[in-house]
Design a protein around this ligand. Structure first.
Ligand code: DX5
Ligand code: ZN
Length: 218
């Protein structure tokens, strides 16, 4: 029921193929890939050529989180790269609805993300066409930040909107997620958990993935 999508932002970038293999062996459901442009967020990570290379070496669905100002401009590159999910931010400059429609027309799951300061109700505008909503639980840009507890009521609000208007839509959270706080987020309504440092920083990543899924430590 709960899906785990480890963020490779905390993986060893010199050995991404073997890091993805470790995630497969650990029972991860998806691989979360953070794409940052140094403009929408104050950090630069990876782009479509790397996503394309990762697609060739893993069977995990690629959960691509675009933290970029103009996702519409780059969208075709990520569609061709092999993404299974593409998430764009409601705070971007592109036409969000049109971009989501293009994602869906390409046969890819379409998602919007909202930053901690963005209210839940903005998703009402897109909920009819969404496959997933991503609620950020840190300010996007860097791994290893602390989970913002104040986002929990917003997760519950998003859950309410999803249940009322599009119950099949997934609810993902991202940022500072650990086995300790995951049960609170799941109680609030999350069903896809992104985790970078609490997976790749763990001595046993298989145990970390199952602890996130089972809510151990909560
Ligand atoms: C933050 C990214 C996250 C990040 C999560 O901007 O969107 O996916 O890598 O890392 P942790 O789990 O370490 O907060
Ligand atoms: Zn992310």
């Amino acid at each position: 029921m709960i899906k785990i999508s480890p963020s490779i932002l905390s993986a060893d970038f010199a050995n991404l193929e073997s890091e993805l293999k470790r995630l497969e062996d650990a029972g991860a459901d998806f691989a979360h890939i953070d794409v940052m442009d140094g403009h929408f967020v104050p950090n630069i990570s990876i782009g479509a050529p790397v996503v394309k290379a990762l697609y060739r070496v893993t069977r995990l669905p690629l959960d691509v989180h675009l933290m970029i100002s103009d996702p519409a401009f780059y969208l075709d590159d990520f569609i061709k790269a092999g993404a299974s999910f593409i998430t764009i931010h409601t705070e971007c400059v592109s036409n969000v609805r049109e971009t989501l429609t293009r994602i869906k027309e390409a046969g890819i799951y379409a998602a919007v993300s909202i930053k901690p300061g963005t209210p839940a109700d903005v998703i009402n505008e897109y909920i009819d066409i969404l496959d997933m909503v991503l609620v950020m639980t840190v300010e996007p840009a860097f791994g290893g930040q602390k989970f913002i507890e104040a986002c929990l009521p917003k997760i519950a609000q998003v859950r309410g909107i999803i249940d009322a208007k599009n119950p099949k839509c997934l609810l993902e959270i991202d940022g500072g997620v650990t086995p300790e706080n995951a049960p609170r987020a799941v109680s609030a309504g999350a069903n896809v958990l992104v985790a970078g440092s609490s997976v790749f920083g763990a001595p046993d990543i298989k145990a970390a993935v199952s602890a996130l899924r089972c809510g151990k430590g909560g």
